[in-house]
Design a binder for this molecule. Structure first.
Ligand SMILES: CC(C)(COP(=O)(O)O)[C@@H](O)C(=O)NCCC(=O)N[C@@H](CSSC[C@H](N)C(=O)O)C(=O)O
Length: 344
């Protein structure tokens, strides 16, 4: 891509985000997915993302490489159009960024739809907080910046993988900030990926808002606390169940994996099965906020299987994604074979 064509999503698009002519957003109804996209304006940068994604897909499809869309990080729900306050969904982006690395190491090309400024593949190892990159550096005698000798071995491994992904155009970074941007961009990428059918895999690790504030109700400027008698009452609508659209029309032939996040272990599997029944996709990976880094449960329509790190693996710093991704790839392979047998 010529020049820096990155889009930035964390700046509120004050021009298009609010439209007072929009009718009051109706309560959630089955046709809401279509209404949502009809009643809300797409992000202004979408056509640029569409071109980048189309080029990326064509490039890898010609080389018969499988492509996975990994979503990562949390979506925001702005409470003002000139956003000062917003509701955020918890996610550091570790699941998505780490999973993307393992997909790349297994030969996939990755479209990484991520919350802007959340963790990214490879750079996540040396972020500005965990493992601050400055702690890995020293000043040589002639005043040059160098990497500490003790870290050379581990860093060269990450650097080589990072450069390989860059030099072979294997990783496309696509940002979002709001749930609005996420939904429009997910729909766009899904429809573009549908051209490669069963070779496309969807791995939805992003923490997506269940509720949002319709544009017709978003105040233009910062909410003044004294105006509302010091209280802030927020009246949100349910986000359209986009997963059903993804499964039944945006990418009907692709394998779709969603994550179910709970904090109460007694309802996790039931909720994961509920999502499968509701959306009829292939796999839900359930995880608890408290233990998400060392155990997950694979829930399909006829099985549930825990995948866990042993204590030794935890102590050795093994990523649970090193166990998750090979399992997902195995299921993707069978899904491709199945679809090919059906002539899809
Ligand atoms: C967010 C985490 C826990 C990773 O954490 P970090 O490593 O810190 O990034 C991820 O593993 C996960 O569960 N992601 C999915 C979380 C989520 O929002 N799941 C939705 C399903 S996808 S959103 C779908 C929408 N609500 C609908 O029902 O259509 C849910 O549980 O309901």
């Amino acid at each position: 891509m010529s020049g820096d064509r990155r889009v930035h999503t964390s700046v509120p698009d004050t021009e298009t985000a609010i439209d007072r002519n929009l009718p009051e957003f109706p309560a959630a109804k089955p046709i809401d997915e279509d209404n949502y996209f009809r009643l809300h304006k797409p992000p202004p940068y979408l056509s640029q993302i569409s071109r980048d994604v189309a080029d990326f897909i064509n490039y890898h499809h010609l080389q018969k490489r499988k492509i996975v869309l990994v979503t990562s990080g949390g979506t925001t729900v702005p409470l003002e159009n000139n956003t000062v306050r917003f509701i955020d969904n918890f996610s550091a982006g570790t699941r998505g960024a780490t999973s993307a690395e393992y997909f790349l190491e297994n030969g996939y090309a990755v479209v990484f739809l991520h919350r802007e400024f959340s963790l990214l593949p490879y750079s996540r190892h040396y972020s500005h907080t965990t493992n601050c990159f400055l702690d890995y550096m020293t000043e040589s005698e002639d005043g040059k910046v160098e990497v500490n000798a003790e870290f050379q071995k581990e860093m060269i491994v990450v650097l080589r993988k990072y450069r390989h992904a860059q030099n072979n155009n294997l990783l496309l970074l696509v940002p979002f900030t709001t749930v609005h941007q996420y939904l429009f961009t997910l729909k766009l990428i899904a429809q573009e990926l549908s051209v490669i059918g069963s070779d496309a895999l969807f791995y939805l690790a992003a923490a997506v808002s269940d509720f949002f504030l319709p544009s017709s109700r978003v105040p233009e400027h910062k909410i003044q606390s004294q105006e509302s008698g010091g209280k802030l009452v927020v009246d949100l609508e349910p986000v359209p169940k986009f997963l059903s659209r993804l499964v039944d029309s945006w990418a009907p032939i692709s394998m779709i994996v969603s994550f179910k996040l709970e904090t109460d272990s007694s309802i996790l599997i039931k909720k994961a099965k509920g999502a499968l029944e509701r959306y009829s996709h292939q796999l839900v990976i359930g995880n608890l906020l408290q233990s998400r880094k060392y155990e997950v449960v694979f829930v399909t329509k006829d099985s549930e299987r825990w995948v866990r790190l042993s204590q030794e693996q935890v102590d050795a710093g093994i990523d649970i994604e090193s166990l998750i991704i090979p399992e997902v790839i195995k299921l993707h392979k069978s899904s491709i074979e199945e679809k090919k047998k059906m002539g899809l």
